[in-house]
Design a protein around this ligand. Structure first.
Ligand SMILES: [Zn+2]
Length: 234
């Protein structure tokens, strides 16, 4: 794949955080993330970065830039509405070598919606992903991590992996600033056995602004980034 090759060829050098390995998961109705499910098979010091709620033209390009500067690859869980508003930006995310997955067509509290509306949202999300990327998504993260029996069953039937999180840093709260976000990230990783699937938001200006400092801190503390992928669609 040319996109992956161009990332690998980028001149980051030993000072960059880099991407230490690729963890390829099968396309199946599994579920990961210690907040609600089993942990990913990560070794001590390994971190998976994930970004939700994009793509957003004001902040996602800055997130891509910060990741590229450190040769880091991540997973982006995109909502359907912004995806259809900014399909070129969404494809730019994928073409930079990142993994793209789904996060709810609208960002709804599904637990308070009728089952038919929940399933219609998933249907719309899958259709939007297929339209923009030309291939079916491998995984899904619930908005607000608010899982419902109806959608869990539908995801399992469709062999879509549910991705919860190990830890977040509340980067959606008003203006915590780069230093506090970075400190929180290091603290939460330490509390999670020094590893973890991290929830961030590329739709947040403050996250984009803090990302260079966060990546530098991960590098300085000896953390290694793992890139999540899924096997090719059948
Ligand atoms: Zn979200």
């Amino acid at each position: 794949m040319t996109a992956t090759a161009s990332v690998a060829a980028a001149d980051c050098g030993p000072a960059a955080l880099g991407t230490s390995r690729v963890l390829t998961l099968p396309r199946e109705g599994a579920a990961y993330g210690r907040a609600q499910h089993a942990p990913l098979p990560l070794r001590a010091g390994e971190v998976v970065l994930s970004f939700d709620d994009g793509p957003r033209p004001e902040s996602t390009p800055l997130v891509l830039q910060a990741l590229a500067q450190q040769c880091v690859r991540a997973t982006f869980f995109m909502n359907g509405e912004p995806l259809l508003r900014s399909p070129d930006l969404a494809r730019r995310v994928r073409d930079a070598g990142h993994t793209v997955a789904m996060h709810g067509f609208r960002h709804e509290h599904f637990a308070s919606l009728p089952e038919a509306d929940q399933l219609a949202d998933l249907q719309a999300m899958q259709a939007a992903h297929l339209e923009v990327f030309g291939s079916p998504a491998p995984a899904y993260r619930f908005p607000f991590l608010e899982e419902t029996p109806a959608l869990l069953a539908a995801l399992k039937t469709r062999a879509l992996t549910v991705m919860s999180v190990d830890l977040g840093i509340e980067d959606w709260l008003p203006d915590p600033g780069p230093a506090l976000l970075t400190e929180r990230l290091l603290q939460r990783l330490a509390e999670n056995d020094g590893r973890g699937l991290v929830l961030l938001h590329d739709a947040q200006d403050q996250t984009a602004a803090a990302l260079p400092l966060m990546l530098k801190a991960l590098k300085d503390r000896g953390y290694r980034v793992v890139h999540l992928q899924w096997s090719a669609p059948p």
